[in-house]
Write a protein that binds this ligand. Sequence first.
Ligand code: PMT
Length: 398
Amino acid sequence: MKLQGKKILICISGGIAAYKINFLIRDFIKKGADVQVLMTPSAEKMVSKLTLSTLSKNPVYTEFYSENGTWNNHVDLALSADVILMAPCTANTLAKLVHGMCDNLVLATYMSAKCPVFIAPAMDLEMYQHPSTKQNLELAEDFGHHIIPAEHGELASGLSGQGRMAEPETIAQIIEEFFNATQSLQGKTVLITAGPTYEAIDPVRFIGNHSSGKMGFSLAKEAADRGAKVILISGPSAEKTDNPNILVHRVTSAKEMFTKVFDHFENVDIAIASAAVADYAPKEVASEKIKKNDDSLTIELVKNPDILKTMGEKKSKQFLVGFALETQNEEENAKGKLQKKNLDMIVLNSLRDEGAGFKGTTNKIKIITETTVTEFPLKSKNEVAKDILNFVQAQILK
Ligand code: PMT
């Protein structure tokens, strides 16, 4: 059983859903997990410490110091956890944790942690919809935390809508799936291209595109979380990672990306091309800034090497995943690329779908293989990365 021996640190904040954590703890304990509970001071009014400590078989801490004067060491609590689950996570605790506030034991422990963090928000309708909550959830997701979205239904206020904490069974399933997926790519090397490429016109200008690199960095993080060694070759992007399993190579142009990819391609098991590579580059790069003397300017463009197509030609053992960014005849064009580039699967995203494609934190994809088309709803790019890697793993294991 995957939860056997896992140390789950549950941090409860002051939402009415706190009572549901009793059921979750019982489930985790039955499955062999070691559960430690921390509470914010306001959570103490919502659920009994005695019940929580009886169910978890561990003392429950709220303060930095216990009544007998012993220090409840937040650093040890944080570093000994395999995962932290913030549930229920109120708007207040969410806001504090994404802005580095640290005025209670839960927040200090969270800030000392290195392990994956799951956040199950719970709050009333308007609070959940408030722009600050949305922004804070996005920030938490940018930190790499896993958000377990609130569910729809009747709320404590009597209103009905989204805001209820996910049911304990849902939370338990997500945590279990996390441990199942963990290390599923152990021993594999995954190469990922990300971001745009910039093709220089002169020392000042370039031809580029709107890719932010978010999709590629999410894929890299997910693959690394599953135990893979990741080689991430990224065009100019503001995205960052300090994950020790991700080796980042920063490049600028398609030609540089091509060279870096083929320094590594031979030895990788899986290659995923999520970069938006410029198809053409200026034939000549002016050595000085081009002056605006004339009414028009013609720049001759020449075709860039097709990195993914070349991977398709050279592939031996590699499982090869392409992306297709389309604006019309989406499926037909994606299927054409799947065949022409000799891919094992292609991820289609269309700029006609709201929230899909460039820049934003969400995407909406279809995964296409020789024989199947699988459609996914709009999700965060971190969740999309999970869907893509689940699909890759299922194909590899076939
Ligand atoms: O970076 P984000 O802001 O998060 O946005 C993500 C994304 C929209 C860039 C990403 O999801 C995506 O769709 N990437 C592929 C974009 C693209 O260039 O698609 P394409 O249909 O033009 O290219 C097809 C495939 O060939 C892609 O895998 C591309 O990486 C690859 N290619 C294209 C041209 C080229 N010269 N070399 C390549 O390797």
